[in-house]
Design a protein around this ligand. Structure first.
Ligand code: GLC
Length: 797
């Protein structure tokens, strides 16, 4: 069953049935002022931190309440409704709610009893407050007299946990005031200087374009003790009773009376933020301007669409196009920007950037915004400790050169992370390689960047240090130790146990580093890396390959993990996909292991992270056991890994398989089974429950997940075959054989590549001919030197 559709032209997802099976959200603003909004107007807002800067209240696990509520009341007979389906929940057949989630804005439309309403929510570009604009049109032939209410439920304390549980304190620290056009809420208002860490904040909720006729600053007074959001007592009565709060729950509620002649349209604009009175007053005054809302929304659209336009594709798959042209790209930016900070699952408690997640997130935006990618790479390099390991969590307050590390109690106390991860800095290799290949910014290798604790080094030296760290942390058989975790947070292999996944990452890192060493004419290291890589190859071949699979690791006791001998978890996805991605496995072996993945791990919703799920035979360190079978790392379809299997199949040239994996896990392709999948059909989640769960196909943990990036890489480098390298770009698509042709427009080095791929013979990949601006080339590689500012490229498979 479906609940909405993609509007490709406007780059919107249009929700047409409001009773969605999950909460379908969108992101507004930035972490400086962040707002999450659902298709039913639920969600919260915060300043800088979802956990510590929360200004709008939202209750997790309380299906989507409260929200940014706009109530309408027909004063002729007292019937009332809300501009969004929640909270009043008028029958959809009478009100026809439609929500349009766009890039940085959400619009909710309704049409009830002759009143057409459009509630438009956004955070103006680079501003730190939000706008709720309500446009009302009388579509009937009678005059309409309406009371309109805006309701914002403030938290009583910026610390959302305190607000929820420490009521003996938080109920007694806040007050509201009415200032003609807005409500001001103060917290700890007499603490001009910090007391106990609090120094007094104030928030506002204002109304522009129409006068305020009545107001409330007290939640219970507005709602009524027993009426609830679905029928607030003020709305029932047609006006607020002007009660302000003192030792109670605060809110901002403003009401105005509007008369609409037949056909007439009027607008009113609510604004909300954390501001002092004077600034609030000027913001409210600003929105009296009739044009500002449209201008600001156009600015937001332009900001996003300009970025997304750096790669445009037109393939026979509308779902693929929608995801790559808008939604997966947008999700990559949201993940890149917001990390794992705040969603309707993450409440903002993580006060920093996870190292591995962030270095991987960068890969999703390199082709769309290389400049921002570079800044973030530098930032992450500055969070590498001078022994080569990485800070598992990079604090938002990160101060390069002066940070404490997991060796220090202070770091552990503040971040909760006691030890290093085996994989963290190895992600730098593919990320930096992709960045340099996309931009040809070879000078970046020589840029000097500080370490997190002390000292500094060039980017190239940082990478050498990352290898040192891995080599200084070898386990059994001289293979990389799994330490506290590798990519898999639920695998604790320790200082002696071995991670084969990390061994393959290391193998790949050697290949990349050796290319950089060649550029730097660092012959000594070219030779050294080659000898290390040979040795590693031999050990992996002898100890980690079982003929049809690579094992996942070795425990501290020397037992194999992911071996055919194991009763549970005998086959793992990552070592197979990474044996291909890393260039470790030859063609024959690659085909064999990927065939096994297909037969034993694949499901209608993607490939499981391993099988069978742990239940009765875990080893010490198999933390996946914490989860129910078929869930997350315990035999779930961990979606981040789908990007890798898509890429691996594509690298082998098996386009049909690559696209099949893409389809199975692609949100857009599951639009019609949204009731089964639950998550937004425009957004990847962290995992899907596999056939070891009674709810196979249900997905979880929306938006902030590495899935967006790995699938983006799987789509662009894998299926579309756009692979820049240090000298030029290869175009080697691996597509479904039924695609007869497709086009792509890629911005690359400030030039435009208009690429047409022809597939007259129904192939899955391969090369027959390539022309660049009429000149025919012998392979799919295009030297940058051949490119002009506009290029016509025709590839025939
Ligand atoms: C979560 C974590 C990520 C980890 C993955 C697998 O997505 O954020 O760091 O790699 O789980 O355990």
């Amino acid at each position: 069953m479906k609940y909405g559709d993609f509007d490709s032209l406007n780059r919107e997802y249009v929700v047409k049935r409001p009773d969605t099976p999950g909460i379908w959200a969108n992101y507004l603003g930035s972490p400086e002022y962040g707002a999450i909004i659902s298709s039913n107007a639920g969600g919260y807002s915060f300043v800088k931190s979802g956990a510590k800067g929360r200004i709008l209240r939202y209750r997790f696990n309380d299906f989507d309440h409260p929200g940014r509520y706009l109530y309408l009341r027909d004063d002729n007979d007292g019937d009332f409704w809300s501009a969004s389906w929640l909270p009043v929940k008028k029958d959809q057949s009478l009100a026809n709610y439609v929500t349009k989630h766009g890039t940085g804005y959400t619009k909710i439309e309704a049409d009830y009893r002759g009143i057409k309403s459009e509630a438009l929510y956004y955070v103006p570009h680079n501003k730190t407050y939000e706008v709720w604009n309500l446009k009302l049109t009388n579509t009937s032939d009678k005059e309409k007299n309406l009371s309109v209410f805006g309701y914002a439920e403030f938290t009583n304390d910026s610390n959302y946990e305190q607000d929820q549980v420490n009521l003996q304190y938080t109920l007694f620290i806040t007050r509201t005031y009415f200032k003609n056009r807005f409500i001001i809420q103060t917290i700890n208002e007499n603490c001009k200087n910090a007391v106990n860490g609090n120094s007094g904040e104030s928030r506002f909720f204002g109304l522009s374009k129409q006068p305020v006729n009545s107001f409330n600053g007290d939640k219970e007074a507005f709602l009524g003790l027993y009426d609830g959001y679905e029928g607030p007592s003020a709305v029932r009565k047609g006006e607020c009773d002007n009660t302000l709060n003192y030792n109670s729950n605060a809110c901002g509620a403003l009401s105005t009376k509007i008369t609409l002649a037949p056909g007439e349209t009027k607008e009113l604009t609510f604004t909300l933020g954390q501001k002092e009175e004077a600034e609030a007053a000027s913001i409210v005054a600003k929105y009296d301007d009739a044009n500002i809302v449209e201008e600001e929304v156009n600015e937001i659209k332009k900001f996003w669409h300009d970025k997304l336009d750096n790669l445009k594709v037109d393939t026979p798959s509308k779902e693929f196009n929608d995801m790559i042209n808008t939604w997966t790209s947008y999700q990559c930016f949201i993940t890149f920007t917001w990390s794992r900070a705040a969603s309707l699952i993450y409440c903002g408690q993580r006060n920093g950037f996870g190292y591995r997640d962030t270095v991987q997130d960068i890969q999703g935006v390199i082709h769309l915004d290389p400049k921002e990618a570079k800044n973030r790479i530098e930032f992450m390099l500055s969070a590498q400790v001078n022994h080569g390991g990485a800070l598992p969590l990079v604090k938002y307050s990160h101060n390069p050169g002066h940070e404490d590390s997991p060796e220090d109690d202070s770091y552990v106390k503040e971040t909760g992370h006691p030890s290093y991860r085996a994989d963290d800095t190895l992600w730098l290799f593919p990320t930096i390689y992709k960045y340099i290949s996309e931009t040809k910014d070879l000078a970046f290798l020589d840029k000097v960047i500080p370490y997190s604790n002390s000292g500094e080094a060039t980017v190239y030296e940082h990478l050498l240090k990352a290898i040192d760290f891995t080599l200084n942390n070898l386990g059994l058989l001289d293979l990389p130790a799994g330490l506290h975790a590798d990519w898999n947070d639920c695998l604790r292999l320790g200082k002696k146990g071995v991670s084969v996944f990390v061994a393959l990452q290391l193998y790949y890192a050697y290949t990349i580093l050796s290319k950089f060493a060649e550029i730097k004419k660092d012959d000594k290291n070219v030779k050294y890396i080659a000898s290390l890589q040979d040795k590693l190859r031999k050990t992996i071949e002898d100890e980690c390959f079982e003929g049809d699979r690579f094992i996942r690791g070795i425990t501290e006791n020397g037992e194999k993990v992911g071996s055919k001998e194991n009763k549970e978890a005998s086959l793992w996805l990552n070592p197979q996909s990474w044996a291909v991605i890393s260039g470790f496995a030859d063609k024959k072996t690659s085909e064999k292991i990927l065939d096994l993945v297909y037969s034993d791990l694949n499901t209608p919703f993607g490939a499981k992270v391993m099988t069978p799920s742990f239940k009765d035979y875990p080893f010490d360190g198999a933390l996946a056991l914490l989860f129910n079978p078929g869930t997350k790392e315990n035999g779930g379809i961990f979606l981040q890994t789908q990007g890798w299997i898509i890429l691996a199949e594509a690298l082998l040239g098996r386009g049909n398989k690559a696209f099949q994996y893409y389809k199975e896990s692609s949100p857009a392709y599951q639009n019609d089974i949204a009731d089964k999948r639950h998550l937004e059909p425009y957004v990847y989640g962290q995992f899907t429950e596999s056939n070891d769960s009674p709810f196979e196909g249900r997905s979880h943990v929306h938006w902030l997940t590495g899935t967006a990036t790995t699938c983006m890489v799987g789509m662009t480098e894998g299926i579309l075959g756009l692979r820049p390298n240090l000298k030029g770009i290869c175009i080697e698509p691996a597509i479904p054989s039924e695609w007869k042709e497709f086009t792509m427009v890629k911005q690359y080095l400030g030039k435009t590549l208009n690429i047409k791929v022809l597939n007259p013979n129904g192939k899955e990949g391969g090369f027959t001919s390539l022309t660049v601006n009429g000149e025919s080339l012998p392979s799919s590689f295009i030297d940058d030197k051949l490119l002009k500012s506009e290029n016509e490229i025709i590839l025939t498979l």
